[in-house]
Design a protein around this ligand. Structure first.
Ligand code: LLP
Length: 415
């Protein structure tokens, strides 16, 4: 896990005091380290060495323009799942030519826009989608570059909500159907098969599922080549987990090495689509303690961030470290449930946390740079938080806190 130091008993990110960030931008507030994002991206990119490759950052993990811009400036590729994500990539200066389009439900208008923008590849997830794409590309007089997303039937050993590579999941094309559909694709006039794709799940913390997947995909590529099909790339998806508590996920370099090993001697460009592993540990959520209260035997810290700001604990029972921004305030240590103001019992950021805190103190919820801000909502008519990028001693407000009027700007009263 990225280490963030206390200096003069105040938690810092790069050279910036997080107490200062909270007082300048208010709470709740997401804050990201540019250096941590760049370091993780380079860890993937450098590990490929001389092998031709593309690191396609999975935009869904964090799609704030300032974050995408940092990655675009590194020359990153992008993995998108909607036209909205495509427009964000373009607005942030990302290259459509290095962007791949995943997702089970691409609409015709999304295909059209992606074809006009000139994306690198459509990762197609069904026969119907393939036929629709052929039609849409034909109507534009274009040829769509296509990889079939094959479901390798590998158990990623992760939370069922974020497992995608099993036979019973909705994602991808069954392995035993793949060859037939590849041949069908070869007969269509407006698609051109360029590769294979897969993605088996998220927050995977062991190497074995990746090794199994890569071995199965390499075998598929061999079969396709034997059948005379052109395969110039293999997209092995994202999914590398991060450390939240006791997990010990492999380093990006170890994962990439395993993927390269599975494809040793094969002339295909390798693509990966990491999201979480690039941004999770680069981000924290700053929140202020509003009230401390005791009900029966239980102590609660009611903070100003809630499940609408960070849904992961409620939805996946995920663990995020919660640490004080100012250390050593002298308050007695107690075991708190850290909860938000939303009217749901699932509204917690962490349960049973030993903390020495007082009302008014600032807390930092760790490792929330991925699937934090992107999954935020306006539930309970709460504004979504500000987002701040730290870069050395500098801070950039990359998203202002929503104004209340933003919340109903698209609504109309009845006549
Ligand atoms: N590629 C595809 C096709 C995907 O579906 C995903 C994630 C990724 C790449 C990136 O996976 P990553 O490297 O971030 O694990 N909201 C959940 C995670 C859902 C992931 C969905 N797909 C969470 O907060 O844990």
């Amino acid at each position: 896990m990225t280490e963030y130091p206390y200096r003069d008993r105040i938690l810092h990110m790069e050279s910036v005091s997080l107490a200062d960030v909270a007082s300048r931008f208010g709470t709740p507030c997401y804050v990201y380290s540019r250096a941590a994002i760049e370091r993780q991206w380079h860890a993937f990119d450098a590990a490929f060495g001389k092998r031709t490759h593309l690191v396609c950052y999975a935009v869904k993990a964090n799609s704030t323009l300032g974050v995408l811009q940092v990655l675009a400036r590194l020359g990153s590729g992008f993995d998108i799942v909607s036209v909205g994500e495509l427009e964000r990539v373009i607005a942030a200066g990302g290259a459509p030519a290095r962007t791949v389009f995943s997702g089970v439900g691409k609409r015709a208008d999304e295909m059209r826009r992606a074809l006009e923008a000139g994306i690198r590849c459509f990762n197609v997830e069904s026969e119907s989608e393939l036929r629709r794409l052929d039609k849409v590309a034909g109507s534009l007089g274009k040829i769509a570059p296509v990889a079939l997303r094959v479901n390798p039937d590998v158990d990623p050993g992760t939370h069922p909500y974020i497992s995608t590579g099993l036979r019973e999941n909705k994602f991808g094309i069954a392995r035993e159907e793949a060859l037939r559909i590849y041949h069908e694709a070869g007969r269509l006039a407006h698609v051109r098969v360029t590769g294979v794709a897969c993605h088996v799940g998220s927050q995977i913390v062991t190497l074995a599922p990746f090794q199994d997947t890569a071995a199965r995909m390499a075998e598929l590529v061999r079969e396709l080549k034997r059948d005379g099909l052109v395969v110039d790339h293999a997209d092995l998806g994202g999914g590398l987990g991060v450390r939240h508590a006791a997990e010990q996920p492999p380093e990006p370099a170890i994962l990439v090495q395993a993927l390269c090993d599975a494809f040793a001697g094969m002339e295909v460009e390798l693509h990966v689509e990491p999201g979480r592993a690039i941004v999770a540990n680069a981000g924290m959520l700053l929140t202020r303690v509003e009230y401390l209260k005791q009900n029966g035997m239980k102590h609660f810290a009611v903070v100003d961030a809630a499940m609408n700001d960070l849904l992961r604990p409620a939805l996946y029972q995920s663990w995020h470290d919660i640490v004080p921004v100012q250390a050593g305030g002298g308050a007695p240590e107690r075991c708190y449930d850290v909860v938000g103001p939303v009217c749901e019992s699932a509204d917690f950021l962490g349960l049973n946390r030993p903390l020495a805190i007082a009302e008014g103190d600032l807390l930092a919820v760790r490792s929330v740079g991925a699937y934090g801000a992107t999954m935020a909502s306006n539930y309970n008519s709460r504004s979504r938080p500000a987002e701040v990028l730290v870069d050395g001693a500098q801070t950039w407000e990359i998203r202002r806190r929503e104004a209340l009027t933003d919340l109903w700007a698209s609504e109309k009263l009845v006549q």
